[in-house]
Write a protein that binds this ligand. Structure first.
Ligand SMILES: Cc1ncc(C[n+]2csc(CCOP(=O)(O)OP(=O)(O)O)c2C)c(N)n1
Length: 313
């Protein structure tokens, strides 16, 4: 899982570093700081399971085994992109890897994941559908219709909420009544709900393993509220405070950066004697070099041909 965390982190850091070159002509929502949710949940999944996600999609795509080359090619609009250069950052797909799609419309993929779970249940297939989304999705009515239906039919679906405390630049305090609790809201629909430290990859993995076991045994859906934080601006590669934005406190930001899921995972490996500090550093350096070369290769890939524009439309 640590290597997967490094892969996700280095991919996003490389893409964010190159974004200001203005060659990727797609809006990008970076998930730096939220990697442990993607890796912890995806590590608990099997081959036939199917993942859906939202606009902050890169982490889940990579954690589910999506190709870094095809992701980078997609962002550069090249024909080798995972959506043939037509989808951009918010419309990724790697169906052969069990990653159906990402979509920017909040709660849309929650409903489609529930549909997939219904199909799994009707086929008696031992599979689970997973949907990642931000806590802003709980501000959408479609979310409640979807979880209600999943609960009534005891569908094999996991709702993996990345609660990073903000929707665009709105904190939870302006979107919820005081004292609100997301897990309580979901429990009202009789859906098993658990709050997890979303920056601790092992804690997320353990919770996801429990959720998969419940969903696959026919005991109904599970909601995981993974507490985490995004480091970069809502959309784009900048750090908010470097860009002069003040909607969130620098002290709060620093507190969460100190809980960096990648550093925590590395420290745990060293503490438990599973790796030395030098090994952990070498893995990070190797992953970074490999990903930088892959992204550069994607940048030089061919453009789609104009006459193919309407194919797959
Ligand atoms: C149905 C719908 N309403 C509004 C938007 C505009 N919008 C895009 S992202 C976003 C905030 C999302 O916040 P959250 O779900 O918490 O995810 P995060 O961006 O924090 O990861 C909003 C309101 C949208 N994409 N879809």
């Amino acid at each position: 899982m640590h290597r997967a965390l490094l892969r996700v982190r280095m991919t996003e850091e490389t893409l964010a570093g190159r974004y200001p070159e203005q060659e990727m002509r797609t809006p990008t929502h970076f998930g730096t700081g939220q990697e442990a949710v993607a890796v912890g949940v995806c590590s608990a999944l099997g081959e036939g399971d199917m993942v859906y996600t939202h606009h902050r999609s890169h982490n889940h795509y990579i954690a589910r085994g999506g190709s870094v080359y095809e992701l980078a090619a997609e962002l550069y609009g090249r024909a080798d992109g995972c959506s043939l250069g037509r989808g951009g950052s918010v419309h990724l797909t790697a169906r052969d890897k069990g990653f159906m799609v990402s979509s920017a419309i909040l709660a849309e993929t929650v409903a489609t994941a529930v549909g997939t779970a219904l199909a799994f249940a009707m086929d008696d297939a031992p599979k689970v559908a997973v949907c990642f989304f931000g806590e802003g999705t709980l501000d959408e009515g479609a979310f409640y219709e979807a979880i209600n239906f999943a609960s009534i039919r005891k569908l094999p679906v996991i709702f993996a909420c990345e609660n990073n405390l903000y929707a665009t630049e709105s904190p939870l305090s302006v979107r919820q009544a005081p004292g609100s609790d997301l897990c309580d809201r979901v429990r009202a629909f009789k859906v098993t709900s658990e709050r997890v430290d979303g920056n601790d990859v092992a804690a997320v993995y353990d919770a996801a393993m429990r959720a998969v076991a419940q969903a696959k045994s026919g005991d109904g859906p599970v909601f995981l509220e993974c507490m985490t934080y995004r480091w970069r601006e809502h959309v784009g590669p900048m750090m908010d405070h470097d860009a002069g934005r003040s909607y969130r406190d620098k002290a709060e930001f620093d507190l969460w950066v100190a809980k960096d899921p990648v550093r925590r995972s590395a420290a745990r490996l060293v503490e438990q004697g599973l790796a030395t500090e030098a090994e952990v550093e070498a893995w990070a350096a190797d992953t970074k070099a490999e990903i930088e070369a892959t992204v550069e290769r994607a940048r030089q890939a061919p453009w789609p041909k104009a006459e193919t524009l309407f194919e797959n439309a």
